[in-house]
Structure formats: C-alpha cells, structure tokens
Design a binder for this molecule. Structure first.
Ligand code: 2M8
Length: 479
C-alpha cells in the first residue's frame, strides 16, 4: 500500500452514496435510468469496490449473479429484475425469452436473463471480495459456493466458445466484450444485415444524448445478431454466428480470472494445478493468435475475416481491415470448415492493452505494451488524461461516442493494475491519481472525454464509483 495525498474532496462520500442509491437489495444496477437491471461484468467491478463498504453486500452482489447461471455454465450478461417495467430497457426479457428459447442450454426457469455473456472478471472479483474479509467469507462459505460455478463458467468458455479452434474464447455479439460499438467491430459487423429500423424501439435514447450512443444502424445489427442467436436456441457450435471475433480483452480477463481461480482452489484445499495449466495455455494462445509485434499491441481476430467484406448497407465493398488469413465459414454457408485463420483487425482498441493484466506475459511483450500505452495512440501520462477506449489517431476516433474514443473507468482500473503488476509503479500512481480526480469532477460519469475528463454518458455510474473507491483504498486514502 502506498500512501499519497488525500482523496479528492467528495470522492469517498460520493462513491458510497452512488453505490447505496443504485443497490436494489440483492444487486447493484449500473444506473437506475439507463441500465435498470443487473449486468454481469458491472457487478464484478461493483463488488470489487463495494467490498470496502460491506464485504457481505459484495458477496451478495456476486451470488445474485451466479444464481442466474445457465446449466451449460454461461453467466448471462443481464439478469432482469421483474419489478422493472418491460419498456424501461431494450432489449428486455420479452426479446431474449431465455426461459423458453434457452431451455435446451439450461437457462433458469424462473429468472429471465439475456443469452449472451460478458467478460469473465468474476473469479478475480470473488477472490478480491474474499480477501476484504476472509473470516466472513469463510463463515458464509462464500468461496466454497462460488468455486464450482466459476469453474463451470470457465469450462463453458473454454469448450463451447473456442469457435476458432486455436484455444481462445470467441465472442458472438459486440455486446459480449462489453465495448459495444468499438471501431474494432466495424468490419466484422459490416457483413451483418441490420434488423429494419421500425421493428424495435431503443430505450437508451430516452436517457442519453444520441451523439454519445451507438447509431441506429449499429443497433439494427445488434438486434439481428441477438435474434439469430436466440432463434438458434443460444447454441454455440451449430449456430454459426455472422459475427465471430477473438477479443484480447475478453481473453486477458479470462486468464487473470483463471489465475484467481487457482488461488481460490488452493484456499479451498482443491487442486489448483489445472487452473494454472489452463492459464499458461491461454497465455500462449493469446500471444500466438493476437499479438502483433509491429503494432506493439494485441489485435482482434475476425474469424470470418481474411478477405474483403461487403457492406450490407450499400451493397458495395468496404475497406479491407483484415490482415490476411485464409479460411472462413460464413453462416448458413454449408459445412463448418477450419476457422483457425481469420484475419487480424487492424484497429487499435484499448482491449489490446488489457493483456498487461496477465501474470506470466513475456517481459518483452509487457514492455512493448507499456510503450504503446504511453505512445501517440493512447497518450498515457502525456496527451491523454485517461487512456481512451480507442486509438487517438484512429480514423474512427470520436471523443464523445461511447466506446469509440471516450475513456472508461473500468479500462483504466484494469490498466492501473497491469502497470503495477509489470513493474511500472510511477505510471500506475499517476494513472490512479487521474482516475480519482476525474471520477469526482465528472460526477462519477459513465465515460469521459479522454483529453479533458469532461463527463459523457450517464452520471452516478456504479462501476465508476466502485473502482474509484477501490483505488482510493489502495492509495491509503480511505480505511
Ligand atoms: C453497455 O452495454 C449495454 C448492453 O449490454 C447497453 O449499451 O445497453 C456497455 O458499456 C457494457 O460494457 C456495460 O456492461 C453495460 C451496462 O453498464 O452498458
């Protein structure tokens, strides 16, 4: 623990207030207006912060989520609160219809959820929550109950989602990596025919500025992909999603969580070795499939990529963003062929920096990632106040629009952790200070202008409050 200057005025009281106001009694919503249900990776980040207020509440947060796990092991990205009016969020439970459409995959019968997933931060969150009060955790059997569910979750990702056959997890929808409208998805999404505009109604625009949110065209494609997945019974191997991407952020978080699972197993007297082996195998696959030495960054692999794609809006060809690759399987296009190839997407997203979180990442790669983070594309410690979600120099950079440039607090929290892990305490300290200050000055914004820290999106956002509180505690600014 390093002690530094006092927390910015209002940080800890403000963070506690936000987390209290957004707590429903069994979980914390990201934001009561814009996101009025429980979200998967939000709850993991929220528990990491709320453990400093009440370890029991943080345990409850994660247990509520884990209770909605499907029989096949997946943890759904949203757990719906039946008390919230259906029109409050789109797509809601009547769209996903998990209890019926997901029955074959083991969806819960009495809890409505979505059918896609989000990044697996949960084992890491469970370990950190346990550490906040090991006695209360042991007394309540927190880890003993969580461990089999977390292990089943990781097994689902490893078995059902290795759709490229190269040992990494694939995502089947842009909502799964959590960075919904990242420019990294522009090319893979361009081949998805959007659902017609009149067939659904967006609820997000009731709460946020349209210029801060994904476009209607993006939404049309999100809806099409989710509806196709649902109509295929949420099956992974047979569904043949039109969107199939290996994302470095999702895989890096899985590796960090697999290391956490090894520690949890050891604490419970179970065999930790398989988790360590799995973490090492995943790390090798991550480097093998997604590391781009010339870019100094991990890139996304588009499993359908490798050649020019057609823009379904105009029917014309779009810019080929894929760096080679050869084989692909287009959905509905006959037998599944070898998907090992695909093409790297030549866009610089912040997800490509997240492998910095991985213990055991080769030292030369970690050093190159730090250089990239501090370089012109991400501006850490130089031009940017917080690390942006996307390349400051990228053709699609937009400092207001959601995951196309704004800085997000969870990404910066993860990078702060990664910088510390890989021997960069000064950079980590400076980033921590910037996160703490910006959390307060932005009113715990959902995301901010990466240069100025000006607030964007909704305010009093739960993971911003939680992760700022966590960093304040780590800095010795809050008991
Ligand atoms: C955003 O995504 C949801 C869909 O899951 C949406 O836009 O409605 C993303 O920022 C995602 O990462 C986050 O988990 C979610 C709730 O905060 O909102």
């Amino acid at each position: 623990m390093t002690s530094a200057r006092p927390a910015p005025t209002g940080l800890t009281s403000g963070a506690r207030r936000v987390l209290q106001e957004n707590w429903t009694g069994s979980c914390t919503v990201p934001s009561p207006g814009l996101y009025p249900h429980q979200w998967s990776w939000d709850s993991a980040f929220i528990a990491i912060g709320s453990r400093h207020i009440s370890p029991r509440r943080a345990q409850r947060e994660l247990e509520t989520l884990l209770a909605a796990q499907w029989g096949d092991g997946r943890i759904p990205h949203i757990v719906f609160n039946p008390a919230v009016p259906p029109a409050a969020y789109f797509p809601g439970p009547d769209f996903w219809r998990s209890a019926t459409a997901g029955a074959a995959a083991g969806a819960p019968r009495h809890t409505e959820t979505s059918g896609i997933v989000q990044p697996p931060v949960h084992a890491l969150a469970c370990l950190l929550v346990h550490r906040a009060d090991p006695r209360s955790s042991a007394r309540h059997g927190f880890l003993a109950r969580a461990y089999p569910r977390l292990a089943a979750w990781h097994r689902y990702l490893g078995r059902a989602r290795d759709l490229g056959g190269g040992g990494l997890v694939s995502v089947v929808h842009p909502w799964e990596p959590g960075m919904d409208n990242s420019p990294c998805w522009d090319a893979p999404l361009a081949r998805v025919a959007p659902a017609p505009p009149g067939t659904f109604r967006r609820a997000d625009l009731d709460h946020g500025a349209a210029s801060d949110r994904p476009t209607d065209l993006d939404y049309g494609r999100y809806v099409r992909l989710a509806a196709d997945y649902r109509d295929g019974g949420y099956a992974d191997h047979t569904a043949g999603s039109a969107f199939l991407v290996e994302d470095p952020g999702v895989n890096a978080l899985l590796i960090a969580s697999e290391h956490a699972l090894a520690e949890i197993a050891a604490l419970l007297g179970a065999d930790a070795a398989p988790h360590r082996t799995r973490a090492a195998d995943l790390t090798a696959a991550l480097v093998d499939r997604l590391w781009d030495p010339a870019a100094g960054l991990f890139l996304c692999r588009d499993l359908h990529g490798g050649g020019p794609v057609r823009d379904l809006r105009s029917g014309g060809p779009v810019r080929d963003l894929h760096g080679g690759g050869s084989v692909r399987e287009l959905h509905g296009g006959g037998p599944v062929r070898d998907l090992r190839g695909g093409g790297l997407v030549r866009e610089f997203g912040a997800a490509g920096l997240l492998p910095l979180l991985v213990p055991g990442l080769p030292g030369d790669i970690a050093a190159a990632l730090v250089r990239t983070a501090c370089g012109d594309h991400f501006g850490l410690g130089r031009t940017a106040r917080l690390v942006p979600s996307y390349d400051l120099l990228g053709p699609a950079f937009d400092l207001a629009r959601y995951w196309r440039g704004p800085a997000w607090f969870n990404v910066n929290w993860l990078l702060e952790r990664g910088l510390r892990l890989h021997g960069e305490p000064e950079l980590a300290d400076a980033l921590r200070t910037a996160v703490l200050e910006t959390a307060v000055t932005s009113g715990f914004a959902e995301y901010v202008d990466p240069y100025t820290g000006e607030a964007r999106g909704t305010r009093d956002f739960s993971w911003t409050a939680a992760l700022a509180l966590d960093l304040a505690v780590a800095a010795g600014q809050e008991p």
